[in-house]
Design a protein around this ligand. Structure first.
Ligand code: FAD
Length: 468
């Protein structure tokens, strides 16, 4: 059996982060009709941060949070934990969609991250946050050229960046596939344990008086006079306001459904590495999160207990009809490909086993960043669609969501970033054809030194081309 298949053989399908003794007990489901001021739907980062920030704005607010499964069940318990202060992918993209706001969006991203870190300290949340920066690596000349351009641009702006040539980058993380690297070490970005963050937020909001019902899926909502009614399996919730924090999952509101698509991303985690294995890579000395400078990029990081988690690349998939069911969650061929690519990067780790494999749903918008909005005369708001960049941005999305509902609104709400309606995804089959064409074109570009074909150039011209 090939080494990568052998390594995968005994892995269990379960997110590494959720396989922990620290996981708190699941709270009882809603089994009666209740009332509250603010209902939050979704127990991921957005919902949890929204509850916390709403309580900070108005300590006596009567808040209920419902979660279809358990807190951290969605993307927030399954991500790579790569913390990046940015609120939107690609500054060119922000420039196009929100002209004149690029710098303000950046400032808001930095302020959001600083407040994030302050909150972790204030509420004593151990999210295992390590502000170790991000190492972007190049594995071919095309990637190296564009990485060098990024380096020059960032350096000219006074950002904390370090350029590594081939020999130097391999001292940082030893892979014979690397030919250059760029360390972005701004003192903010780094890596977290996403489930520990969710559980810490859960404990905090419970202590502030938020009621949480788990295993409580919302099936529908309706307007009733001045209030909203939310229907769940065994009870209803009458509330003044609702914040939808359901991200890539199906939502009864068509406006939310049409603004995002669920894209599946797959991940592996190794068993903890031995000292000899760690020394063969050298990464444990700094632990910066790593991404490669490709369209379909891999992202990988080390954990507190010296495992490597490995995700992304060409395995990222959209399934026809916006599938979010478990039928596409555990795909052997995808995990085999990921495992093969892992050992191509780190052949010296041959013999290491993968302990966990899992997948999760990324909500992607056509503007490649969060989509906030409000409906029902200001009574229902949402923040969804972080397009794979939501570890830090979801706190900001939560803030925008509650501001839209009237909790201490600020001038953030005047920004195009908030006001501008996002372009909806087209109906099927156009949606599937468009996404699949783009995915294949990006994979080809990555094999071709970054050369973008006609389709990608057309999307770029229309500012619909994804750029990390
Ligand atoms: C595999 C993967 C890797 C990623 N890696 C990174 C990364 O390294 N860095 C980064 O910045 N971002 C990353 N992301 C993106 C990031 O995880 C998300 O943007 C972020 O977690 C979104 O948080 P959320 O709370 O909005 O959504 P979610 O965490 O998905 O939470 C939504 C919750 O709503 C619940 N829900 C849905 N429908 C209902 C309903 N009808 N009733 C009740 N509850 C409902 C769901 O069960 C779920 O728990 C990754 C995502 C994935 C999937």
């Amino acid at each position: 059996m090939a080494a990568h298949l052998q390594a995968l053989k005994d892995s269990k399908y379960h997110p590494l982060w959720l396989d922990s003794k620290l996981k708190p007990p699941t709270l009882p489901a809603l089994e009666k009709d209740v009332k509250c001021e603010l209902l939050i739907v979704g127990g991921g980062f957005t919902g949890l941060w929204a509850a916390l920030q709403a309580k900070e704005c108005k300590p006596d607010a009567d808040i209920i949070l419902i979660e279809a499964n358990h807190v951290a069940y969605g993307a927030s318990g399954r991500n790579g934990g790569m913390f990046d202060y940015l609120l939107a992918h690609s500054s060119n993209n922000s420039d196009y969609h929100f002209p004149g706001e690029k710098e303000r969006i950046k400032e808001l991203g930095i302020a959001n991250s600083k407040e994030y870190i302050e909150s972790l300290e204030k509420y004593d949340i151990d999210a295992r946050f390590e502000q170790v920066g991000t190492l972007v690596i190049a594995t071919d000349e095309g990637q190296k050229k564009s990485l060098r351009e990024d380096y020059e641009r960032l350096k000219a702006k006074g950002e904390q960046v370090t350029w590594y040539n081939q020999e130097e980058v391999r001292v940082q993380v030893n892979s014979e596939t690397y030919i250059a690297g760029l360390l972005k070490n701004n003192g903010i970005d780094g890596i977290i344990d996403p489930a520990c963050l969710c559980w810490g937020l859960k404990k905090t909001i419970l202590s502030l008086g938020v009621k949480i019902y788990e295993n409580t899926p919302m099936s529908d909502i309706a307007s009733m006079g001045k209030n909203m009614l939310t229907i769940c399996d065994d009870g209803t919730i009458e509330s003044d306001k609702i914040l939808m924090a359901t991200n890539g999952f199906p939502n009864p509101m068509r406006e939310i459904r049409n603004s995002i698509i669920p894209v599946w991303d797959y991940q592996l985690a190794t068993e903890p590495l031995t000292q000899k294995q760690l020394d063969s890579i050298g990464w444990h000395k700094h632990k910066a999160g790593v991404v490669n400078n490709a369209n379909m990029f891999h992202y990988y990081r080390m954990t507190k207990d010296n495992r490597i988690t490995w995700g992304g690349g060409g395995s990222v998939q959209y399934y026809y009809g916006s599938r979010t069911d478990e039928g596409v969650a555990d795909k052997p061929e995808i995990f085999e490909k990921l495992a093969k690519e892992f050992f191509e990067t780190f052949p010296q780790l041959e013999g290491v086993k993968f302990s966990h494999r899992w997948s999760g749903i990324i909500a992607s918008s056509t503007r490649f960043c969060m989509v906030p909005n409000v409906a029902y005369d200001g009574r229902v708001a949402w923040a969804v669609g972080y397009t794979g960049l939501g570890v830090a941005a979801s706190r900001f999305g939560a803030r925008v969501g509650i501001e839209l509902l009237g909790y201490k609104p600020t001038d953030i709400l005047d920004l195009l970033f908030v006001q501008k309606k996002t372009m909806n995804w087209p109906p099927e089959p156009l949606k599937y054809i468009g996404v699949e064409l783009t995915r294949r074109a990006m994979i080809s570009a990555d094999k071709n030194g970054g050369k973008r074909n006609l389709w990608l150039r057309l999307l770029d011209a229309l500012n619909l081309g994804f750029a990390a």
